[in-house]
Ligand binder design. Structure first.
Ligand SMILES: NC(=O)c1ccc[n+]([C@@H]2O[C@H](COP(=O)([O-])OP(=O)(O)OC[C@H]3O[C@@H](n4cnc5c(N)ncnc54)[C@H](OP(=O)(O)O)[C@@H]3O)[C@@H](O)[C@H]2O)c1
Length: 297
């Protein structure tokens, strides 16, 4: 592992861990909440729906080391479902960092935040082999009682909030259980709430040298080409881009209000619709290219 700032150096594991141990106010404060995320240069959190494609070997080592430093690892249920979360396996990913766990259990438990409790009882998290850290599920009073019962047999259940998990109450509950070094691995929606609640102490963010966004630049290039050099078409395109920017600005500016109104279920629905639209645009572009290719052949 190479340090590039403040001065270039090759780091041993112990030197690397020392960099990530501080500043650590957990000694004085009740907890220390750190987030570990990766993003592409154009701000995407995933490639083809998952974050793995954004990370390199160095990121994977830091990921495992931060897990070893933590007392608990908190994720949103969306991430747990999509990334197939299971308990940390100290005999696999944790071997290199096992010395960081001295005096503590061999691995930090995974704590999943969820309202719907839509977690597969036979999945990797809840049906993990014995001997691994028992997962924690943090949910709401309004969570479906049947699912609550099913989960309670396989995980420690924390209820923090009525309709939504109150992030501050969840952090307090984890701290009350002795988990003072809290690591969150996202996703972006959970992280936004942690930041909004003023609870984030440290952000470890890898900027991956990739452009992986939803293709806004590519789409613009295609539309410019299709404008065919006509001034009117360029003007229409410029107006369309300005409208999209204005719309995005308003969405971001009033995001807090929008989230309150449409709630998690509305966000999930919008994300699915947006995914469908993007897929439809991609199919249209491919179909146009194939048609052009056949016509030109
Ligand atoms: N680039 C990175 O570093 C990184 C890191 C993590 C994840 N990811 C990617 O990000 C995507 C998932 O992220 P996301 O932002 O969509 O979802 P997320 O934050 O991981 O999870 C959202 C879900 O968490 C639960 N949740 C969150 N806050 C809640 C609250 N206050 N009360 C109750 N439940 C709450 C809800 O679960 P229920 O629906 O069960 O109620 C909600 O649907 C995945 O594609 C993953 O691969 C990227």
């Amino acid at each position: 592992m190479r340090q590039i700032y403040p001065e270039p150096a090759v780091l041993t594991d112990r030197q690397l861990a020392a960099r990530y141990r501080g500043p650590d106010r957990a000694g004085e404060a009740s907890h220390w909440l750190r987030a570990n995320m990766v993003a592409s240069l154009d701000g995407a959190a995933t490639v083809r729906g998952r974050s793995g494609g954004l990370s390199g070997e160095a990121d994977r080592q830091v990921f495992a080391m931060l897990r070893a430093l933590a007392d608990v690892i908190v994720v949103g249920a969306g991430t747990a479902r999509i990334e197939g979360y299971g308990p940390v396996r100290p005999g696999k990913e944790g071997v290199r960092w096992a010395w960081l766990r001295a005096g503590r259990p061999p691995a930090a438990p995974i704590a999943v935040i969820t309202r719907r409790l839509d977690l597969d009882p036979a999945g990797p998290l809840l049906a993990a082999p014995p001997g691994l850290a028992r997962p924690i599920v943090i949910t709401t009073e309004a969570a479906p009682p049947g699912r609550r019962e099913a989960v309670a047999g396989r995980a420690d259940l924390i209820v923090a909030g009525r309709e939504s998990v109150d992030i501050r109450a969840a952090v307090d509950a984890l701290t009350g259980r002795g988990h003072r070094h809290i690591l969150t691995e996202g996703g972006p929606y959970l992280l936004s709430q942690i930041i909004e609640a003023g609870l984030l102490d440290e952000l470890c963010l890898t900027l991956s040298p990739l452009l992986a966004g939803p293709g806004a630049i590519a789409a613009t290039i295609v539309f410019v080409r299709e404008a065919g050099g006509e001034f009117g078409s360029y003007l229409a395109l410029a107006l369309a881009i300005l409208t999209v920017h204005l719309f995005l600005f308003l969405c971001l500016r009033f995001s807090g209000l929008i989230i309150k109104v449409i709630k998690d279920s509305g966000i999930l629905l919008l994300a699915k619709i947006a995914g469908l639209l993007l897929a439809a645009i991609a199919v249209q572009l491919i179909a146009n290219s194939v048609r052009g290719f056949i016509a030109g052949a």
